[in-house]
Every structure is written in structure tokens, then in C-alpha cells.
Design a binder for this molecule. Structure first.
Ligand SMILES: Cc1cc2nc3c(=O)[nH]c(=O)nc-3n(C[C@H](O)[C@H](O)[C@H](O)COP(=O)(O)OP(=O)(O)OC[C@H]3O[C@@H](n4cnc5c(N)ncnc54)[C@H](O)[C@@H]3O)c2cc1C
Length: 132
């Protein structure tokens, strides 16, 4: 959810210096651009980035798909594909299970959580690499 940037946050970004990282790293360049850009905008906003990793996505005959199940970082560029994958995985799992819907849902949950965790971990690893 986007939120207006507070004066405190604006001042923190203004004070940001790339000294914590190598001056030539992509992270340092990005920090420098951001520090220059944010104070220039009359009404900047913040988008918080969170990693959501559930331990289960199936609750009886209800299951969570897409963003409702996992939230992955934007730079994975994989959230929409994951939502579509969730849907096709669910359809296949239910088809395979036939009348045993609970077994189908359970199998779906296992596959979904494994894939979702992998994508979340990938987003975190990419972020760390860029910040280094
Ligand atoms: C600014 C932005 C940029 C993005 N860029 C990318 C990108 O480049 N690549 C990428 O892969 N992903 C991107 N994403 C993420 C991507 O949009 C989501 O991962 C994807 O849309 C998730 O699909 P979903 O079906 O789970 O949820 P959604 O697409 O959010 O669909 C949920 C639907 O449920 C509806 N809804 C909500 N509450 C109710 C209710 N109570 N009753 C009925 N309907 C309801 C909503 O109106 C919405 O239509 C971006 C997201 C944002 C916000």
C-alpha cells in the first residue's frame, strides 16, 4: 500500500550516503540517485516491500492463491506468473485427485509452498546482492 512520505523519512533519505557500500556498486549508485530524487518531488510516496511466507495456504476447502498466499519482491518480476502457476497447479492437483478433494488440496499446498518459498528467497537474495 502506498503511503505519503513523512518529513522524518524525507530527511533520512536526504542524509543517505552511499558510504556504507562500495562507491561503484549498483546499490551505491541507486542510493545516490534516490537521495537526489526524493527531495525534488513535491509529493513523494513510499511503497513498503514485505516478504510474506505462509506455513499453510489451505484451510479446509478454502485455499489462498496469488498475492493472497505469498507476496514476493517486485524485482523477482514473478508475482503474476506465480499467481497463474498457482491456478494451474490447483487445477491439475484437483484433476489428479479425482473425488478426493482434500488430498488434491493438500498436494497443491505442498507444491505451492515449495515454489513460493523459493521465489521469496530468490527476491531476498537478489536484494542482498544489489545492496552489497
Ligand atoms: C504497481 C504494481 C506493479 C506490479 N508489477 C508487476 C510486474 O511487473 N510483474 C509481475 O509479475 N507482477 C507485478 N505486480 C504484482 C502483480 O500485480 C500481482 O502479483 C498479481 O496481480 C497477483 O494476482 P492476484 O490474482 O493474486 O491478485 P490481484 O491481481 O490483486 O487480484 C485480486 C482481485 O480481487 C479483487 N478483490 C479484492 N477484494 C475483493 C473482495 N472483497 N471481493 C471481490 N473481489 C475482491 C481485486 O479487486 C482484484 O481484482 C505488480 C503489482 C503492483 C501493485
Amino acid at each position: 500500500m502506498g503511503a505519503s512520505i513523512t518529513p522524518r523519512c524525507r530527511s533520512a533519505v536526504r542524509r543517505t550516503r552511499p558510504s556504507a557500500t562500495s562507491a561503484t556498486s549498483p546499490g551505491a549508485k541507486c542510493t545516490t540517485w534516490l537521495a537526489a530524487l526524493v527531495p525534488q518531488r513535491p509529493r513523494p510516496f513510499l511503497q513498503t516491500i514485505v516478504d510474506v511466507v505462509p506455513t499453510r495456504t489451505v484451510f479446509g476447502r478454502v485455499c489462498l492463491l496469488g498475492d493472497a498466499a505469498f507476496v514476493v519482491r517486485p524485482h523477482t518480476a514473478g508475482a503474476t506468473a506465480k499467481a497463474a502457476r498457482d491456478a494451474t497447479t490447483l487445477a491439475r492437483a484437483l484433476k489428479r485427485a479425482g473425488r478426493n478433494v482434500d488430498a488434491g488440496l493438500s498436494g497443491f499446498q505442498k507444491m505451492q509452498i515449495e515454489f513460493g518459498r523459493g521465489l521469496v528467497d530468490y527476491g531476498v537474495a537478489l536484494g542482498r546482492r544489489w545492496a552489497a
